[in-house]
Design a protein around this ligand. Sequence first.
Ligand SMILES: Nc1ncnc2c1ncn2[C@@H]1O[C@H](COP(=O)(O)OP(=O)(O)OP(=O)(O)O)[C@@H](O)[C@H]1O
Ligand SMILES: [Mg+2]
Length: 322
Amino acid sequence: MLSDPVLQIRNLSVEFSARKRTIRALRNIDLDIPRGGTVGVVGESGCGKSTLILSIMRLLAPNSKIVSGDIVFEDRSLFELTEREMQSVRGNEISMIFQDPLTSLNPVISVGQQLIDVQYRDSVAKKVKQQRAIDALSQVGIPDAEARLSSFPHQFSGGMRQRIAIAMTMIEEPILLIADEPTTALDATLEVQIIRELKELQKQSRCSILFVSHHLGVVADLCDYVVVMYAGEIVEQGPVRDLFYNVRHPYAQKLLECDPARIVRSAEKKFPTIPGDLPDLGNLPGGCIFSNRCHSAFDKCETHSPRRTEVSTGHSVSCHLY
Ligand SMILES: Nc1ncnc2c1ncn2[C@@H]1O[C@H](COP(=O)(O)OP(=O)(O)OP(=O)(O)O)[C@@H](O)[C@H]1O
Ligand SMILES: [Mg+2]
């Protein structure tokens, strides 16, 4: 495990009850987010990425149940905080950037006012707050920032709105920034710019980032640690170079099948498709969850779940081949 983590997820399992069925959306998740590090989470649709994030934010749907495990943030168990304490963590210490920036911006309040409002804890004069807002907007590349303070979110393009959401995060100075597919709705050029802003933000504020994406190239570019999820489990995780150049799990291998150097450069946003279906999370088969789609499966894979094995420092895989 990594040293000095800001967030530690231990043995986390989450279920949803839906129409008399129990959907086992996350099972035995172990994950550390190092201080100042950027962790990328990848995996097919439905593998549990958003459930993982919402567990950290404690914003899971009411039909969810935390079956086991704990999430420790800066030495406090998030599951033990009161709702009030958790609200304060959400606003101040952990921020989120959503796929649709309109989710985090209020449509009826000017952008300038919103950037001032997020500084409510700070007792400095409004002029100072306003200047901070202008600086943050300029930093993320909004031209003519001062004049645009009075504009409303809808008066900006999608890419600009995502930058405003990042500017807001810059002002909030969170310890951990969680981004759920923040660039999926943007074209390739804008995406590159947004990733650059995120890198810059991280360099300045030294926050940690948990980044969810379907775009492997972006993960390779932005993250220093990669987590590969499949059907509610982490199948492989490790430092980005290790994972892209020395990938072990057959599922992760399929994802990265093409030349890793090409993935890094590729503007292709489509997530690679792998033949076969995800297992039914309401009726999980025994053995390894990937065995029905795996080209290397053997007898044991159908009867025994693989345990996590460390293959090199910080790089671990759950597969009977190792
Ligand atoms: N409130 C809920 N009730 C029942 N099932 C749910 C609920 N929320 C999520 N699920 C199920 O849990 C599984 C994981 O969903 P999740 O949204 O975490 O996937 P994801 O990896 O974020 O997918 P995507 O890439 O499409 O965003 C899916 O099978 C989903 O249908
Ligand atoms: Mg999701």
